[in-house]
Write a protein that binds this ligand. Structure first.
Ligand SMILES: NC(=O)c1ccc[n+]([C@@H]2O[C@H](COP(=O)([O-])OP(=O)(O)OC[C@H]3O[C@@H](n4cnc5c(N)ncnc54)[C@H](OP(=O)(O)O)[C@@H]3O)[C@@H](O)[C@H]2O)c1
Length: 328
């Protein structure tokens, strides 16, 4: 089969090579999926660079989520029918940028019928992260103001839609006019172009000085630090990621004086600590997709040959929503 593999830690365009390798066999408790679509995520870029929280042995296949078709079951796997259309996380070395992917059966979920293959591939990580960040960690309430950084990105655009679905007023921060348009189309009530506007002033004006109740921050650096200047009394900042490249050092005295919470979020851990909640969130997301309330923003569907370039563009921060690789 064809599979993209990382042979050296470097920028994605240099690190990834399209190889011909044997189709993998599922072990006990595993399932082999035939890939229909694999979404590109920022962690793919970090994996290529060797900067992710896990550093798989080289060579490895990147790609952390997919929509596929059940192709073969490993020993002891029940409840999955060959041919079923499903979504799943994938973990290098058995990543999703390949024609066939072996994944743990426990993480496989039915693909929502309302979404096509590319949209279904882009649902899992972005919307699960948004669901757990906004509901479980931040307990977002209707009528609250939600500030979302990188609001036209993969996880950011999902948080915008989920924030609106939860009845919040959503302020999205983006880099550039095309991203501003995308964030507006995803439902953001107010959009701030960080290249030309100060989001702190916009949040203060929009909330009559009270500040945002919840901040959803996949960027870190100044996005985090400046957010502490416009967080409300009893506000919650959800630390989602550091796409900007800088891990901020929060001033805890400031959190004390202003009475706000700083909440870490590592969605992947819920798969081990509370898999039932992951399944429940998937059921809620499937209902929201069926109602047309959420729909992942897939800006480009790229052929298998374009995967390395797609990961590079996500690494460069220039993409809108998700790029999705279609192997067939
Ligand atoms: N905590 C969790 O469980 C969890 C789960 C999934 C993802 N994440 C994290 O969430 C973050 C976003 O992931 P994603 O896949 O959705 O990516 P993405 O949002 O599609 O891309 C990152 C965005 O960050 C912004 N950005 C600001 N400075 C940047 C820089 N120096 N380089 C690149 N981008 C920059 C850009 O948007 P603007 O130009 O519009 O600002 C860019 O589009 C990543 O850090 C990822 O690791 C965390």
């Amino acid at each position: 089969m064809k599979a993209w593999r990382v042979h050296q830690n470097a920028e994605p365009r240099e690190a990834m090579r399209l190889d011909e390798i044997p189709v993998p066999e599922p072990g006990p408790g595993q399932v082999r999926l035939r890939t229909r679509a694999a979404a590109v995520n920022f962690p793919d870029a970090l994996l290529c660079r060797g900067e992710y929280q896990v550093r798989p042995e080289l060579p490895f296949i990147p790609g952390v989520e997919l929509c596929g078709e059940v192709d073969a079951l490993g020993e002891g796997v029940t409840g999955l029918e060959p041919g079923a259309r499903v979504i799943s996380p994938a973990a290098p070395p058995n990543g999703a940028f390949a024609e066939y992917v072996v994944v743990p059966a426990a993480g496989v979920l039915p693909a929502p019928e309302a979404l096509d293959d590319a949209e279904a591939a882009a649902l899992h990580i972005g919307y699960q992260t948004g669901w757990f960040g906004l509901h479980r960690r931040a307990a977002l309430r209707p009528g609250e103001t939600l500030l979302v950084h990188a609001a036209a990105g993969g996880v950011g655009s999902a948080a915008v839609q989920l924030g609106k679905a939860a009845g919040a007023t959503v302020i999205g921060v983006v880099g550039g006019p095309d991203k501003a348009k995308a964030a507006r189309e995803m439902g953001a009530d107010i959009v701030v172009d960080r290249h030309s506007e100060d989001f702190v002033a916009v949040v203060k004006e929009a909330t009559a000085g009270r500040g945002a109740n919840v901040v959803y921050d996949p960027v870190g650096g100044d996005a985090y630090t400046r957010s502490t200047k416009c967080i409300a009394f009893e506000g919650r900042i959800v630390v989602v990621g550091f796409a900007g490249g800088t891990v901020p050092a929060p001033a805890l005295s400031h959190a004390l004086v202003k009475n706000y919470g700083i909440l870490g979020l590592h969605w992947g851990l819920y798969n081990s600590y509370d898999p039932v909640a992951v399944r429940q969130a998937h059921d809620e997301l499937t209902l929201l997709a069926a109602a047309g309330t959420i729909k992942p923003l897939v800006s480009e569907r790229v052929p298998m040959s374009g995967a390395a370039q797609a990961v590079q563009r996500v690494a460069d921060g220039t993409t809108i929503g998700r790029l999705v690789v279609l192997p067939a």
